[in-house]
Design a protein around this ligand. Structure first.
Ligand code: GDD
Ligand code: MN
Length: 377
């Protein structure tokens, strides 16, 4: 035995045997739930060598601090504190990749999932008949009674789309509760989307029928403390994921949203131009400049709240980002006009040249603002 690992506290003795199961728990503002969850995992997993990795996106309520405290007392507990990033899927992926057991489970921190199913899920995976076991609300014996009508409807609708469009055949692809064999996950990981929250759907769709899946029923309970983080924006995330999977990742949700914001900007531009000309009697060149600045500013704000809301700039970073965004768009405009000009010179079709220029502009703006304005820290 390694000199550094002396037999002592019961926890460190258990930790000497490598874990069979890594439990990954994404957290955002769950400080009142994590202690209870850990106690329940301890009870449910008695007799199993396990570890738990909490992945916290720098929760304002200090969840990471509470987890850190737990980790100091129990070597099976680890905490990943991510800064400047948000997103359930990304957190789960990072947690699984940071773990080492041959099987990895994902479970919510708020105790809505049923941790007593974990040993059964593990046994199913270890039987090597399955690659993925899903905690399902929609198979015989499962339920989602805590859902209100609206949420139940949305869940059923999304499941139907996943079935028809992505040919995902399981009953509950929207579940956030599952266990997967590490080797299979590592193969799929590079193709998974870190944006959004439907990681299970992503895994199953990306594998294209290549996973042997077992669904077991569980009852989706009520939240212990705190509130749900899923807002109406998850609809966009969901559609984006479907689109990305359908087009083999050629079209990303971000690009579509960026382009959509850009087309809203066209309207803002004309409104600004009109107001400056008619309302303030400004000379045309000044009014046009005013329209352009208004459009860039509103594009920046919308992108910060929609397209890049998982990396939203805050405080002074907003001003800095805005200035860089102006620069990026300025060059983008030059590229737009340049391309339109050369297309027009070869083929004098005004709308074709205009469209080519606009496409050049949006691709440039998208690529450059991803690099310089909302760059991943
Ligand atoms: N790290 C991180 N970052 N964790 C997050 C984030 C985030 O941006 N957003 C949410 N979480 C954590 C929460 O703290 C919680 O532990 C878990 O992810 C689920 O979030 P909830 O806000 O409780 O979601 P829900 O209860 O409305 O929906 C859950 O259950 C559904 C049904 O199984 C999610 O698991 C859904 O994906 C799932 O469809
Ligand atoms: Mn929840």
């Amino acid at each position: 035995m390694n000199e550094a690992i002396r037999p002592g506290a019961e926890t460190s003795l258990q930790a000497v045997s490598p874990p069979q199961l890594s439990v990954v728990v994404p957290t955002f503002n769950e400080c009142d739930n994590v202690v209870t969850l850990l106690r329940r995992l301890e009870t449910a997993l008695a007799g199993v060598a396990w570890e738990v990795i909490f992945v916290d996106d720098n929760s304002p309520d200090g969840t990471w601090d509470v987890v850190r405290g737990l980790a100091r007392q129990d070597i099976r507990v680890r905490c990943i504190r991510r800064i400047g990033r948000r997103g359930l899927s990304g957190a789960c992926i990072e947690g699984i990749l940071a773990s080492s057991a041959p099987c990895a489970a994902v479970i919510d921190a708020d105790l809505q999932h049923d941790e007593t199913q974990l040993p059964k899920m593990l046994a199913l995976l270890q039987g090597s008949e399955f690659d993925l076991v899903v905690g399902s609300r929609y198979v015989e014996g499962g339920s989602a009674d805590s859902f209100n009508k609206q949420r139940a409807g949305a869940s059923a609708f999304a499941t139907e789309i996943a079935r028809r469009v992505l040919r995902v055949r399981i009953a509950d692809p929207m579940s956030g509760f599952f266990m997967i064999r590490r080797d299979r996950f590592e193969q799929l990981a590079p193709q998974l989307s870190t944006q959004g929250f439907k990681i299970l759907l992503d895994i199953v769709a990306t594998a294209r029928g290549g996973l042997r899946i077992k669904e077991i029923p569980y009852s989706f309970g009520s939240r212990l403390h705190g509130e749900s983080k899923l807002d109406s924006m998850v609809v966009l995330d969901f559609l984006g994921l479907v689109l990305a999977k359908l087009t083999n990742d050629a079209v990303s949700l971000r690009f579509l949203m960026f382009a959509m914001v850009g087309s809203i900007g066209v309207f803002v531009h004309f409104a600004g131009l009109f107001i400056a000309l008619r309302g303030f009697d400004l000379p045309f060149a000044v009014a046009q400049g005013f329209g352009a600045v208004s459009a860039m500013t509103s594009n920046f704000i919308l992108n910060n709240f929609l397209t890049y809301r998982d990396q939203r700039l805050k405080g002074w970073a907003i001003l800095r980002g805005l200035v860089i965004f102006y620069l990026v768009c300025g060059v983008g405009l030059a590229a737009n006009v340049g391309v339109a000009f050369s297309v027009y010179a070869q083929e004098p079709i005004w709308w074709l040249a205009g469209a080519a220029g606009a496409l050049m502009g949006v691709v440039w703006n998208y690529a450059m603002s991803g690099l310089f304005v909302w760059r991943k820290r």
